[in-house]
Design a binder for this molecule. Structure first.
Ligand code: 13P
Length: 252
């Protein structure tokens, strides 16, 4: 199976007004009209999605979270089915910023299963907070994968996108450090090995992407030496020009 490369913008809790959201989305849409080989996704705050989907079909839409139940008395939550009915294709799950608020592997797993159940493509995020000399962080990652993917079948694993985001490299982390393509490649090989042990050859079809302060300066490195099948971009997806520079690098 040929894996289409993917560039995903995670807008996080930005921007503040629908007008700014439309401006950003339209700006990207205008500049990506010639993109053919890769897939471009924007994950804005959920309340902007309905408006944005009318602007361009060139950019797929993703949500940043969802709840595992279909409907009912769950104040403040949005279900996968609601997102799907809105025209959403992807959903970021298990982002480190949600895990920092208390989300557990078990909850992430319920969300991954519910997302697949309604036809959404999960962007399953994982990443260690820090690296230690004894390589304990590898066990941490292994646990995130194993617990996050409980009861996922061999047939559905290839539908999931795995986003490796080392928390220590994310732009919002205090005293952050730059991750290198070597860091990315080492971990992507490790993740692929765990997936292969669990899901056999279907693991080869899983797109494993890199996220953590990606810019136009290092995008190529993460895609080539870093072995990533795509990129999950935070801060630099909030500037149409910067985001499109990264998209163009991936397309080329
Ligand atoms: P930054 O690109 O701002 O580091 O964010 C990465 C991220 O968390 C994307 O989900």
């Amino acid at each position: 199976m040929i894996k289409t490369k993917i560039v995903i913008g995670n807008w996080k809790m930005n921007p503040l007004t629908p007008k700014e959201a439309e401006k950003l989305f339209s700006g990207v849409a205008k500049l990506v009209s010639k993109i053919k080989k890769i897939e471009v996704v924007a994950c804005p705050p959920a309340l902007y999605i309905d408006k944005l989907k009318k602007i361009s079909r060139k950019i797929s839409l993703g949500a940043q979270n969802m709840f595992w139940e279909e409907s009912g008395a769950y104040t403040g939550e949005i279900s996968g089915e609601m997102l799907y009915n809105l025209g959403v294709k992807y959903v970021i799950l298990g982002h480190s910023e949600r895990r920092a608020l208390g989300e557990t592997n078990l909850e992430v797993n319920k969300k991954v299963r519910a997302a697949l159940g309604v036809g959404l493509i999960p962007i399953f995020c994982l990443g260690e907070k820090e690296r230690d000399e004894n390589h304990e962080y590898l066990n941490f990652i292994k646990k995130q994968i194993e617990e996050g993917l409980v009861s996922i079948s061999k047939d559905s694993i290839s539908k999931i996108i795995i986003a490796y985001e080392p928390v220590w490299a994310i732009s919002s982390t205090l005293n952050r450090k730059n991750a290198t393509p070597d860091d990315s490649r080492e971990m992507i090989v490790f993740i692929r090995k765990i997936l292969s042990d669990k899901f056999g050859k279907n693991a080869l079809d899983v797109r494993i992407i890199y996220g953590g302060s990606v810019s136009s300066k290092d995008a190529l490195g993460f895609l080539q030496e870093g072995g990533a099948d795509g990129l999950l971009v935070g801060k630099n997806s909030l500037d149409a020009k910067k985001f499109v520079e990264i998209i163009n690098i991936c397309e080329a």
